[in-house]
Design a protein. Sequence first.
Length: 435
Amino acid sequence: MRDAVDFVELVSARTDLRRAGQARYEGLCPFHDERTPSFGIDPVQKVYYCFGCQASGDLFTFVQETEGVDFKGALELLAERYGVELAREKEDPGAEERRKRRERLLELLKRTAAYYERYLWESKEAARAREYLLGRGMGEEVLREFRVGYAPSAWDRVLRASRRGGFSEQELYATGLAQRSKENGRPYDRFRSRIMFPLADVRGRLLGFGARAMRDEQRPKYLNTSDNDVYHKGSHLYGADLARAHATRAGEVIVCEGYTDTIALHQAGMRNAVGLMGTALTGEQVGELSRMAQTVLLALDADSAGQEAMLRASSLAAKRKLELRVVPLPIGTDPAELIQRDGVEAMQAAVGQALPFVRFRVERVLAQGDDSSPEGRDRMIEELRPVFATLAPSAMRMELTRLVSGRLELPESLAETLLGPRGGSARRTLTRWSS
């Protein structure tokens, strides 16, 4: 295994390297923020060391730390990437059976995704789906990269093709590709007349599908694979397998809501974008983000659902010490719409104007609150106090205090008191001052 791995190529997916000697390459450390390179690797011994943060290890340690896997997972990932067949030790019969079953389910999903993709580009029935996707500004090249497909309207195409391939009905049920009719108990394809967005893990292995309806009467509009043996909703990010290396190199990852937003951002050159796949941000997803980059840019719709997602992201990101910033999008506009309407430059400008999350929250309260009465200002102060509780004494805290002071027309010293941990007892002061 060790001989098969190109260590320079492996590490270069995480940081740019330059030759610094016959047996040394240097670059910025992928494990901590720095401006001057202190990270180096030996491509022969296949080891690394950082003089800044003292991170060190061999190629297996590097994969464990950057991918968030154990030693066994690192072995499997490297074997898959470099085409090495692992000789497995004798397994417990139960473990061997579970592994082989999972491998079969993954193979079934991979074959089905390939079928859906061919059907999208080759069938007459999928013409409307092609028009829809291309009309949203997405080109064939990027759609193929994301393996987007189309599920035919017939009730048993996948069912029959999978049976011919030697897969059982139970395996079709286990992957969520088929279900039983409540009327007669017969199996049928779960996904029909829908654009299919394959959902993969960070290694690119297909785990399930997100499916968009193409007929007006179809409900629900989006139908996802249900939780099963291989797919767990909320554990993965859409496009993470394609965005991972780009995010690490950029030092930041863009998070948007949907499939088309993610694809549109990648097509626009923002290759470090991932999608939430219609779920609220989970702890597992934040863990995945932390392994990509330390700065997370939230490019979520500026509606109530998007705002709530940002608030949840803040509490989860704080536990991982991630820097959270908010990309200001026009109200009612998502990234795909902004790119299609105003061009790539508009989206790039929005990303460049990303605000620290805490400033975004303060500006949101000040913009939406009622400052026309003492009671309204009291409510705004109450809403802002938990935000300021997360801020240590700093230039940022001083700047935001001035912002609140100016908007609520309060002396800066009073605003600081009201926003502090004992501010609740000072509300009478605000009321008297406003009277």
